[in-house]
Design a protein around this ligand. Sequence first.
Ligand code: AGP
Length: 372
Amino acid sequence: AAAEKGGYDYFMLKEIAEQPKAVADTLLGRIDEAGNLTLDEVRISAAELREMDKIVIVACGTAFHAGLIAKYAIEHWTRIPCEVELASEFRYRDPILDAQTLVIAISQSGETMDTLMALRHAREQGSRVLAICNTNGSTIPRESDAVLYTHAGPEIAVASTKAFLTQLVACYLVALYLGQVRGTKWGDEVQAVIRDLSRISGAVERVLETMEPVRKLARSLADKNTVLFLGRHVGYPVALEGALKLKELAYMHAEGFAAGELKHGPIALIEEDLPVVVVVPSPRGRSVLHDKIVSNIQEIRARGARTIVIAEEGDEAVVPYADHLIRIPATPTLLQPLVATVPLQVFACELATARGNEVDQPRNLAKSVTVE
Ligand code: AGP
């Protein structure tokens, strides 16, 4: 078993470390030399894709968080309305679907019963289903019209890490491909992002090299009861993912919020020394978002929160308000989750270890949930 873990104490640590390769493998062969996407596997024709007037993403857990991030990318690059829904909710609420709806089912295992039921329901309504899946020949891709495989390799730890990053890559590829096929006004940006995406695994590698302070911080918080996570834009689903990892692994109360919602309730939770992780968008580009989150950090810190700030290298505006600062490489706004999620995985894994929990097999959980 030690050999299987490649020298790591846990599969989760091994899988976190494998992320740069998983990301690179998922991009491999899908971007040609001219910088165009060649998603031949998507066996839904370009003509059909041009006809689609709605996209619905269904998934559970971590895969659902990938879907939430995909929505920002899809709507921005393709201008096609996109909804994201928990597969377990979707199926039982009479959703509106037709032949012009493209349904994207995201699943690492390809065996999650709720997601499978959602895709069956969608196909019964005449919708086309594209699966994003990590397991060759599993049920979800077999029952879909097309599949884009993530190439994360087998993920053994119950808590999803490398599969999540590759789901994000696959979602970006689909969004960019749809943008390419439909020729949106973002043509130049799409080309530039494809280039950035093709280099992103190096950025993930760099994050992994700087994780020691994050581990130390996690150990110092082992006796806390609650950790909150805040983000805006694509940082919001990253906050949700950070909170889910902490629940699963550390068995701690953890919640993710959209930072803009603070004043609508969650700020009442802030008390002296409460750890709050904040995912900060890039100060470049959409700087309005950045400035808003810096005010959010000031607000919670003024109320005693211990701020753990994840911010891009060179972002100096956050420095005065960060009790702990975690640096990530600069990326285009929409791609930031690929680097911002990694410290949260490491944080949760280390807290689980510090609390004496079983990292690879958290209590009460199964790797794939094949029952409803
Ligand atoms: C993630 O850490 C979880 N263990 C869980 O939320 C998982 O992502 C979810 O059950 C979906 O699984 P799937 O991707 O295999 O469909």
